[in-house]
Unconditional design. Structure first.
Length: 115
């Protein structure tokens, strides 16, 4: 299993970014996917999740209405569209897959929201 995140960067408050997580090594369309984030000095927290078909999504209260998780099962990629970004969204963002009874994580992508 390999997960590779991309799309992070520096953005001003109120701006937008779209993160991508390209998956390989397993049958992507059969598994739900999740995005987590970890800010400096804080524990890793769940941000959003999506079912295998994409028909069901869930979000942390802190990002509801601002972030959208989606997936492309042809491209084996999960996305996180982040709008109206705030300084408190600054963190390393990770995608995670639970495959064959184990958690697999990507290397993470840094998102910094600052003026």
């Amino acid at each position: 299993v390999q997960l590779v995140e991309s799309g992070g960067g520096l953005v001003q408050p109120g701006g937008s970014l779209r993160l991508s997580c390209a998956a390989s090594g397993f049958t992507f369309r059969n598994y739900g996917m999740t995005w987590y984030r970890q800010a400096p000095g804080k524990e890793r927290e769940l941000v959003a999740g999506i079912s295998s078909s994409g028909g069901t999504t869930d979000y942390a209260d802190s990002v509801k209405g601002r972030f959208t998780i989606s997936r492309d099962n042809v491209k084996s990629t999960v996305y996180l569209q982040m709008n109206s970004l705030k300084p408190e969204d600054t963190a390393v963002y990770y995608c995670k897959a639970f495959v064959w009874s184990a958690d697999y994580w990507g290397q993470g992508t840094q998102v910094t929201v600052s003026s």
